[in-house]
Design a protein around this ligand. Structure first.
Ligand code: RB5
Length: 142
């Protein structure tokens, strides 16, 4: 299961991502927002983080205007590694090296075509399981 969340600035991009997930039979749960009314991105970061931490979802995707506020918010939760990505190299590397469990993107920063490529990369790249990366991740969380 993929947990989805966004604020008002990320709603259009989240809709594009949902079209991609639907077309590819990828299961997701949408935690909102589903309105263009101004709202607070930490609310949705928390809902997505909790869905991962309680085992309901394996990964999450968070979108706000820049991707910055919503990724900062998600990274406050122990066990969450949210990576703000605007390119596919970073999406690939953060899965292999950081075992990132949330992809954050900025809807005012990148277009939907690139965002979908980033989502594909993030969801299909496994963690390397290399000992040096495990050791570094453990240092982040302890
Ligand atoms: C909303 O205007 C904007 O501040 C928010 O989407 C995000 O970019 C914050 O980091």
């Amino acid at each position: 299961m993929i947990a989805l969340g966004c604020d008002h600035a990320g709603l259009d991009l989240k809709k594009e991502i949902i079209k991609y997930l639907d077309a590819n039979d990828i299961a997701y749960k949408d935690f909102g927002t589903n309105s263009y009314d101004s709202c607070d991105y930490p609310v949705f970061a928390k809902l997505v983080a909790n869905s991962i931490l309680n085992g309901e979802s394996q990964k999450g995707i968070l979108i706000c205007g820049t991707g910055i506020g919503i990724s900062i918010s998600a990274n406050k939760f122990k066990g969450i590694r949210a990576a703000l990505c605007s390119d596919t190299f970073s999406a690939h590397a953060t899965r292999e090296h950081n075992d990132a469990n949330i992809l954050a993107m900025g809807a005012r920063v990148i277009g939907s075509g690139l965002a979908i490529d980033i989502v594909k990369t993030f969801l299909s790249t496994p963690f390397s399981n290399e000992q040096k990366h495990i050791a570094r991740i453990n240092q982040i969380e302890n």
